[in-house]
Design a protein around this ligand. Sequence first.
Ligand code: SF4
Length: 272
Amino acid sequence: MDKPKLHVVSCSGGKDSTAMLLRMLEEGMPIDMILFCDTGLEFPGLYEHLKQLEKYIGRKITRISTDKSFEYYFMEHEIKRKRSTAFAEKYGLDHNGYGWAGPKMRWCTERLKNQPREQFLRPLRDKYEVIEYVGIAADESYRLERKNNQRDNCVHPLVDWGMTEADCLQYCYDRGFRWDGLYEIFSRVSCWCCPLQSLEELRKLYRNFPDLWEKLKYWDSQTWRKFRADYSVQELEKRFDFEAEWQNSGKPLKGRAFYSALKERLANENGE
Ligand code: SF4
């Protein structure tokens, strides 16, 4: 006998999944559960948005998370490393914690999002045919090729509706959602501490969220892996301060003169 269907909306709280959820509700599509995987690393404005969203739709959003925090996995988690790996050669063997995510090692996506979601859904799959609704915008359809988005019964209504990222943001703005101005500052909103975001987004984080920046600096001082291949958080801060000085003296933030002066400043401040 066929299992009954369970319609589960994945809601990150960002503009795309919010627009998807709102339109699904407006079109009367079936929704049995709304899931938010909480990494603990969202901007305060996003957590507020989730509360506003719950009020607006009159339904509860189910929050799931790991029993251990990002900080635990980042700094303390014991990892058995093989003697022969390139990692061991570079950093030694006795570092606890995964450290910052890298382009080829997004441990936090796996540990803090994918695993808790799967753990939560696994028992439900025994009883139901779980249909997952994922908010991938029509102009991001390259993401559909990722393995994670090709799971059975994973559907993408925004792609079917042809709703782009800009459409999604407008859709939410039209219904009064503003995320405390986050989308007016950043072009993408995800974990505030993500080392994979662009230099431009990190500059905005530094200028607009000093408290979060201090936390980022603290975390960076507690781990073995540099925040980015080119800069530690401390060095980024020095760079951003230097940029402001350079700009105030009317000079452009590009070209050989800028980069030579920046290199010299960082070397001086690092005592080289
Ligand atoms: S957005 Fe960045 S920090 Fe957050 S889970 Fe993904 S890789 Fe990790």
